[in-house]
Design a protein around this ligand. Structure first.
Ligand code: FAD
Length: 209
C-alpha cells in the first residue's frame, strides 16, 4: 500500500536515497499520490521505475496467498510485457531491497514530462574512496522487461571510464525497430542516459557516503 509519493517524501528515511530520488520520474504528482510500489511491480510495465530499480538492486518480492508466502528474486519475477511470476491469487505484501546503494541514480527520457520513459537507465557504483571499483547498470525500454547490462558492468569492474561504460551498454544491445523509435535512436538514448546516470550516481549523497 506504500505510494510513490510516500517514498518520494522520505518514508524510507535517509537510506535508499536512490529510491526516493527516482520517484520524481514516476508520472505526475497525482499519479504518485495514488499509485503504489506493489501495484507498479505487479503491473510490470516495461519502463516502470520500480521494476527497473528492482532489477538494478536485486530486490526480493514477497508474495502471499492462502497457500502461504514465497519470496521471488526480481530477476525471475518479470516474464515480459505486463507478465510476472505472480499466480492469480497471490498478492505482493513486501518488497525487500538488500542493498542500500548509496551511489546510485536513475535517469530517463520521455516524450513529455511525466510520460512513461522511452528508455531509462539506472547505475549503482561501488566506490573505494573516490575510485570506481565496480557497479551495476540496468536498462528499461530495450525489451519486454528491465535488464542488467553485463557488458557495461564488466567495464565498471575493469575501471573503465563512464564513456566506455555507456558505449558498452549501447553496443551490446540486441534491439528491434519499434514504431518511430528506431534501433539507432534507442541506442543513442542508452549511451546518453547511462553517461548521465553514471555521473549522477558518482555525486549522489547516499546515507553512507
Ligand atoms: C497517467 C499515468 C502515468 C503514469 N506514469 C508512470 C510512470 O512514469 N512510471 C511508472 O512507474 N508508473 C507510472 N504510472 C503507473 C502508476 O505509477 C501506478 O504504479 C500503476 O498504475 C499501478 O497503480 P496502483 O498501485 O494503483 O495499482 P492498481 O492499478 O490497483 O493495480 C495494477 C495491477 O496490479 C495488481 N496489483 C496491485 N497491487 C498489487 C499487489 N500488492 N499484489 C499483487 N497485485 C497487485 C492489480 O490487481 C492490477 O492488476 C502511471 C499511471 C498513470 C495513470
Amino acid at each position: 500500500m506504500t505510494t510513490h509519493q510516500q517514498v518520494e517524501t522520505g518514508y524510507l528515511g535517509t537510506d535508499f536515497v536512490v529510491l526516493r530520488d527516482a520517484m520524481r520520474w514516476v508520472g505526475h504528482y497525482p499519479i504518485r499520490t495514488r499509485g503504489t510500489v506493489g501495484g507498479s511491480i505487479a503491473h510490470a510495465d516495461a519502463t516502470a521505475e520500480w521494476c527497473l530499480l528492482a532489477i538494478l538492486l536485486d530486490a526480493r518480492i514477497v508474495v502471499e496467498s492462502v497457500r502461504g508466502r514465497r519470496m521471488i528474486e526480481a530477476d525471475s519475477f518479470f516474464f515480459g510485457y505486463y507478465a510476472t511470476d505472480l499466480a492469480f491469487d497471490e498478492m505482493i505484501v513486501e518488497i525487500f531491497f538488500p542493498n542500500r546503494a548509496p551511489h546510485a541514480a536513475v535517469t530517463e527520457f520521455a516524450e513529455r514530462r511525466g510520460d512513461f520513459a522511452i528508455v531509462a537507465a539506472a547505475v549503482s557504483l561501488d566506490l573505494d574512496g573516490v575510485e570506481v571499483v565496480g557497479g551495476r547498470v540496468a536498462l528499461a525500454g530495450v525489451g519486454a522487461t528491465p535488464v542488467r547490462s553485463p557488458a557495461a558492468e564488466a567495464v565498471l569492474a575493469a575501471g573503465g571510464t563512464f564513456a566506455d561504460c555507456a558505449d558498452a551498454a549501447a553496443d551490446a544491445l540486441d534491439l528491434e525497430d519499434e514504431g518511430m523509435f528506431t534501433v539507432e535512436y534507442r541506442r543513442t538514448l542508452v549511451r546518453t542516459l547511462v553517461t548521465d546516470a553514471y555521473g549522477d550516481a558518482l555525486v549522489s549523497q547516499g546515507a553512507h557516503t
